[in-house]
Design a protein around this ligand. Structure first.
Ligand code: F6P
Length: 361
């Protein structure tokens, strides 16, 4: 039977989004279905011109391209949608309009590609009767119930490459180089790129750091003749005695806090301990841009195919996921129960410490 399905990408962009879109379109077209692409996340439903049919022609050649051909936004929550009224921004609930537009478009299955914020919105819309399947996207790798999210691998490659480059200049100038990486409240990018890039210190939000111990570790390296150090700090890292509150917008439960600045802060703090030049580099959005890695192209494509299979099976409320080498599915609800954070006493942290890397404690 001919179906019409929809696809949207929400939240921050990440490498591999186009692979998912292509995977959805190709496998839907194979079944004789039609795909409607919704631009700029859920916002697209509020504007007729932002909903367009995606055929094979529209997805040709997009596999190696970064970003998303559909556009995205990390502000578009229909349950607290920002509008200007009397020169002020107000949050209004436009979810009824979105639900009715989905019905009017004749969409009998909607693929929502997003991280925890977008998938939380998807779940709310599900409760209002919208048939949704999810695909886990984020460079932060902070979603539960999947071994990994797509986009994370490419971001790791970028961060590792930056660490390699910082090493040579750190060594030449006998400096401490601090690299700030993304990841929100999770330290995955910092920890794995730090191991891969041979960092001397890795600071993650899951282990509040002891500044004196970090300084002492760098001094000790100097005594052993290593006159430079490379530090990787997750943007969510914070010192012992401080606190990291995961901030959510009260009305809509979407994480809104803007992180960043730990690289400069740490450089200043370390400056009080060390008689060495210290420089901070913020890797920023370079981690989200560019062509997806082979791994992310393949994972994104397979997630796209799985999403269509889930719609075909009527398995709404499920999210595609990776378990081992198999693509499976889990309830969206389980994936967003809480954040997938690093276990400070877990194997990966232990292995990093066994490699002689200082984890701030
Ligand atoms: O969630 C992805 C992410 O890149 C985070 O790692 C980072 O904190 C945030 O998005 C940055 O968001 P923005 O693009 O709004 O600056």
């Amino acid at each position: 039977m001919t179906k019409r399905i929809g696809i949207l990408t929400g939240g921050g962009d990440c490498p591999g989004l186009n692979a998912v879109i292509r995977g959805v379109v190709k496998s839907a077209v194979c079944r004789g279905w039609e795909v409607v692409g919704i631009e700029d996340g859920f916002d697209g439903f509020l504007h007729a011109e932002k909903c367009r049919v995606l055929g094979l022609e529209e997805v040709r050649g997009i596999l190696p391209r970064g970003g998303t051909i559909l556009g995205t936004t990390n502000r578009g929550n229909p349950f607290c949608y920002p509008i200007m009224r009397d020169g002020k921004v107000e949050q209004v609930d436009v979810s009824d309009e979105v639900v009715s537009r989905i019905g009017l478009l004749g969409i009998s299955g909607l693929v929502v590609v997003g991280g925890d914020g977008t998938l939380k919105i998807a779940l709310e819309l599900m409760r209002r009767g919208v048939p949704i399947v999810g695909v886990p996207k984020t460079i932060d790798n902070d979603l539960l119930e999947t071994d990994v999210t797509f986009g994370y691998n490419t971001a790791l490659e970028t961060a590792t490459d930056a660490l390699d480059k910082l090493h040579s200049t750190a060594e030449s100038h006998h400096r401490v180089m601090v690299l700030e990486v993304m990841g929100r409240y999770a330290g995955w990018i910092a920890l794995e790129s730090g191991i891969a890039g041979g960092a001397d210190v890795i600071l993650i939000p899951e282990i509040p750091y002891d500044l004196e111990k970090v300084g002492a570790a760098i001094v000790e390296r100097g005594r052993r003749g290593r006159r430079f150090s490379v530090v990787v700090a997750a943007e969510g890292a914070f010192p012992k005695g401080g606190d990291r509150v995961i901030r959510e917008c009260a009305g809509c439960k979407t994480v809104v806090e803007r992180l960043g600045g730990i690289g400069e802060q740490l450089s200043r703090e370390l400056g009080g301990f060390l008689e060495m030049d210290i420089r901070a580099t913020v890797l920023g959005h370079l981690q989200r841009g560019g062509s997806p890695s082979t791994f992310d192209r393949c994972l994104g494509s397979r997630f796209g195919v799985k999403a269509v299979e889930l719609i075909d099976a009527g398995a709404f409320g499920q999210m595609a996921c990776l378990k081992g080498r198999k693509i499976c599915s889990v309830p969206i609800e389980d994936a967003i129960r809480t954040l997938n954070l690093i276990d400070p006493d877990g194997e990966m942290v232990r292995h990093a410490e066994s490699l002689g890397i200082m984890l701030g404690r």
